[in-house]
Design a protein around this ligand. Structure first.
Ligand code: ZN
Length: 202
C-alpha cells in the first residue's frame, strides 16, 4: 500500500511556516514502514531535535482508480480516519534550503500514526471538525471548510500521477498549531468530541 500526504492545505498553516499558498496540491509520500497503528508508542528518532506533530484527516481508498475526475472522486473512498504526519522540522528545513526531497524528514519509521476510521458514505465532508491535544491541552484545531483543496480534488489530482489502490492512504494536510513533541508527551486526536487516536511519545 501507498501513503500520500498533502502539504500546505490549510492557509493558516502555510503562513506559519512562511510558505506561499500553492496553486496545485503539494504531494509527497511515506513508505508503509512509517505507519504506527493501535496506539503503539512513537519513538523519537535520534537524528532530529525538533519533531513536530501535524494532525490530519486521512482518506482510505476503497476502489482502484486512475485519472479519476473530481466529480467521481467520492466513489473511490468511503472511510476517513485521523492521523499524525510527524515531521523532523530541523531536517526538513535543512533539506528544503538545499532544494532536496523531504523524505528523510517525513518518511521515517513511525512517522505516520493512524487512528480509527469512520464511514462517510452519504455524509457531508465540508464541516468536519478535528483537533489534537498534547497532554490534555488543545494544540491544533481544524475544520475541513478551511481546506484549500477538497478531498475530491486531492484524490483526482494524485490519481493523474499514481494509480490508487484499495487501502492506500492520503493524509490531507494539517491546520495551524504544529509544534514539537518530547519524550513523555501524550497526543490525542479528536473528530468533533470523539477520540479516535491516542498514543505516547517515547
Ligand atoms: Zn502534513
Amino acid at each position: 500500500m501507498k501513503i500520500f500526504c498533502i502539504g500546505r492545505n490549510y492557509s493558516e498553516h502555510a503562513k506559519e511556516l512562511g510558505n506561499a499558498v500553492p496553486e496545485n496540491p503539494v504531494v509527497f509520500s511515506k513508505p508503509d514502514t512509517a505507519l504506527l497503528k493501535n496506539g503503539e508508542p512513537f519513538y523519537l528518532p535520534s537524528f532530529s531535535n525538533d519533531v513536530h506533530h501535524e494532525v490530519e484527516l486521512v482518506i482510505k481508498i476503497s476502489k482502484v482508480g486512475k485519472n479519476i475526475q473530481e466529480k467521481f472522486a467520492r466513489n473511490y473512498f468511503n472511510e476517513i480516519g485521523l492521523g499524525v504526519d510527524f515531521t523532523a522540522r530541523d531536517l526538513q528545513t535543512q533539506l528544503k534550503s538545499k532544494g532536496l526531497p523531504w523524505e528523510l524528514a517525513k518518511g521515517f519509521d513511525g512517522s505516520a500514526p493512524i487512528g480509527e476510521f469512520w464511514n462517510v458514505e452519504g455524509s457531508g465532508l465540508n464541516q468536519i471538525e478535528f483537533s489534537l491535544t498534547k497532554n490534555g491541552t488543545l494544540v491544533q484545531a481544524g475544520n475541513t471548510k478551511d481546506m484549500i483543496f477538497s478531498f475530491e480534488k486531492i484524490v483526482s489530482f494524485i490519481s493523474h500521477y499514481f494509480t490508487l489502490k484499495v487501502g492506500d492512504l492520503i493524509y490531507t494536510g494539517t491546520p495551524a498549531g504544529v509544534g514539537p513533541v518530547v519524550i513523555g508527551d501524550v497526543l490525542e486526536g479528536f473528530v468533533g468530541d470523539k477520540s479516535l487516536l491516542r498514543f505516547e511519545v517515547k
